[in-house]
Write a protein that binds this ligand. Structure first.
Ligand code: BDR
Ligand code: CA
Length: 302
């Protein structure tokens, strides 16, 4: 059983990643969900994480507020593809009595790493602000966790914000650089691999035919999302934990451009057997969608 924390900015593909993790109860224990500013403001990502857990009937999962702005970068970048509320404006209900947890996301990450030494897999699918600040608080944290598996960057391909930068890295490149140079065990799911996951009509049809509430919600979310982004980025991180053989990659040395200018947020990578990061480069996309659809069908929800 892998113990994970999902650090996220939901976000429609974040929501799918959370559903997938909650559905994989035989393989994955979700210790908590820490929220960060990214696709939308922190108040929204925090509420959205609660809405997703509530939809899945999992009020027992701690949801924690994190950091409300990037470390140094301008705070105004947001992703319109997720809608004004961050979850496609489909009016997913928010439980007024969802348990509120006063612990800060950064403290939660550190506490869980102390509680389960060497076991915690930190799955980061938004800007890396919370993760970087946790690592700055405790320089030993990199060794106390099992690994940081993240969606972000574009190692060997162009970006999705411009020719160079991917969204999560561009929102907080300084945080990304702190994480990359932290000495933690790192696995990177950048656009190199996530842009091989194309959402097609047949996937939406299949989801819509599944009668459980979470699959129905996923279908509605993806229908709006697909109008702006065709790719299922964030669920790759969770799918890899469930079925690592879906993916292959290349050990690399990766850093991020933090100087202001046209390449701000760009990932710089080169293959290196002693590099800091395993960069995923290939996915079996048919098997990935099979895994997602089969698992989601098992998620009962409210
Ligand atoms: C990343 O940016 C966000 O919009 C998605 O949730 C994903 O984490 C893809 O570039
Ligand atoms: Ca995300």
């Amino acid at each position: 059983m892998q113990k994970i924390i999902i650090d996220c900015d939901p976000g429609i593909d974040d929501a799918l990643a959370i559903f997938l993790a909650l559905a994989a109860r035989d393989d994955i224990e979700v210790l908590g969900i820490t929220c960060v500013k990214g696709n939308v403001a922190l108040d929204k990502t925090y509420r959205n994480a609660q809405r997703i857990c509530a939809a899945a009937g999992r009020l027992d999962i701690p949801v924690l507020r994190g950091i409300a702005r990037p470390i140094l970068a301008p705070a105004d970048l947001a992703a319109s593809v997720h809608g004004a509320d961050g979850l496609g404006d489909i009016d997913l209900p928010l439980l007024v009595d969802f348990p509120q947890n006063p612990i800060h996301a950064v403290d939660f990450i550190r506490q869980q790493a102390e509680k389960y030494p060497g076991e915690v897999v930190l799955c980061a699918i938004g800007p890396l602000t919370n993760v970087a600040v946790a690592l700055l608080f405790d320089p030993q944290l990199a060794r106390k966790m099992h690994s940081v598996v993240f969606m972000g960057g574009a190692a060997y391909c162009p970006g999705n914000m411009n020719d160079f930068a991917e969204f999560n890295f561009m929102v907080d490149p300084h945080a990304a650089e702190i994480v990359l140079q932290s000495g933690a065990q790192l696995v990177m799911f950048g656009l190199d691999v996530t842009q091989q996951t194309r959402i097609e009509d047949k996937h939406l049809t299949c989801l819509s035919l599944q009668q459980n509430p979470c699959s129905q919600i996923a279908a509605r979310l993806l229908r709006t999302y697909r109008q702006g982004d065709q790719h299922l980025h964030d669920p790759c991180v969770i799918a890899w934990l469930i079925a690592p053989s879906l993916f292959s990659g290349l050990q690399s040395r990766v850093s991020v451009v933090t100087e202001t200018g046209p390449q701000f947020g760009r990932s710089i990578a080169q293959p290196d057997p002693d590099g800091n990061c395993l960069v995923m480069t290939k996915v079996d996309q048919d098997r990935l969608f099979d895994t997602l659809l089969v698992r989601l069908a098992q998620l009962k929800g409210q």
